[in-house]
Design a protein around this ligand. Structure first.
Ligand code: URA
Length: 234
């Protein structure tokens, strides 16, 4: 198997990223730097990326987790906080989160060992929608909801069109559903802050067609075949 595919199927990087790692000298085969992108990995070859052993192609696994509060979406945390890896510890494959959710955001997060799928789903050009339920401080007027939908400046970046729907509200807070088409860092929090309604609670309820539904916090489910096909072709 070609070395870039071998690395991608182990979940470490997309094939394209693997090519970069190879070109940059980050990949070693049997102790020697391998810069040949067409290298065919043989049975006994030991492949390492940045020193880490690549354990070979795994069966692809795709799950949706419901991330609880107070967990980071990185594989390891330098502050020793709990990571979402714990949620899939009973799955016999090394899964990685697809994209990020803030420490204090809950909800839908896809995890997989398919590096190519991760690359597709997180690439801005694929414009996969993400839907959030936000509990925001104060009254969110219809006028503000329209501004959010048209696009707001979140500090040097004007957000693209979004769908905004007010679900219910009181004088002290408003529950809003918002669908965005890009994923800038802390985008939803920055959007609501820009109209004067800071986010108090944030939950992602859907990633494209993959809906959280009644999945309980801290639990996971396998993606359906249709969901996987959609993400592979998005
Ligand atoms: N937008 C945010 O502000 N936070 C998230 O975790 C995701 C989207």
């Amino acid at each position: 198997m070609r070395i870039n595919k071998y690395i991608a199927q182990a979940g470490i990087a997309s094939r394209r990223k693997a090519d970069e790692l190879i070109a940059n000298g980050n990949v070693k085969v049997n102790g020697a730097v391998m810069k040949e992108p067409g290298y065919d990995v043989g049975e006994g070859d030991e492949v390492r990326v940045n020193g880490r052993l690549v354990t070979g192609a795994q069966k692809p696994v795709y799950v949706l987790v419901n991330k609880p509060l107070g967990m980071v979406t990185t594989a390891a945390d330098d502050r020793d906080r709990a990571t979402v890896m714990e949620l899939v510890a009973d799955i016999d494959a090394r899964l990685y989160p697809v994209g990020r959710l803030d420490y204090n955001t809950t909800g839908a997060l896809i995890m997989t060992n398919d590096g190519d799928l991760t690359y597709r789903v997180t690439h801005p050009k694929h414009e996969l929608t993400k839907t959030y339920r936000a509990l925001v401080k104060g009254v969110l007027s219809d006028e503000k909801a329209r501004r959010l939908a048209r696009g707001v400046d979140i500090g040097g970046y004007v957000t693209r069109r979004a769908q905004v729907r007010i679900i219910k509200g009181t004088q002290s807070s408003t529950l809003v559903e918002i669908t965005i088409h890009e994923g800038k860092n802390r985008q939803v929090r920055k959007m609501f802050a820009s109209v004067g309604n800071p986010v108090q609670e944030l939950e992602r309820v859907a990633i494209g067609p993959v809906r959280l539904g009644h999945l309980r916090p801290g639990h996971y489910r396998k993606l359906t075949r249709e969901e996987i096909e959609f993400l592979k072709n998005c």
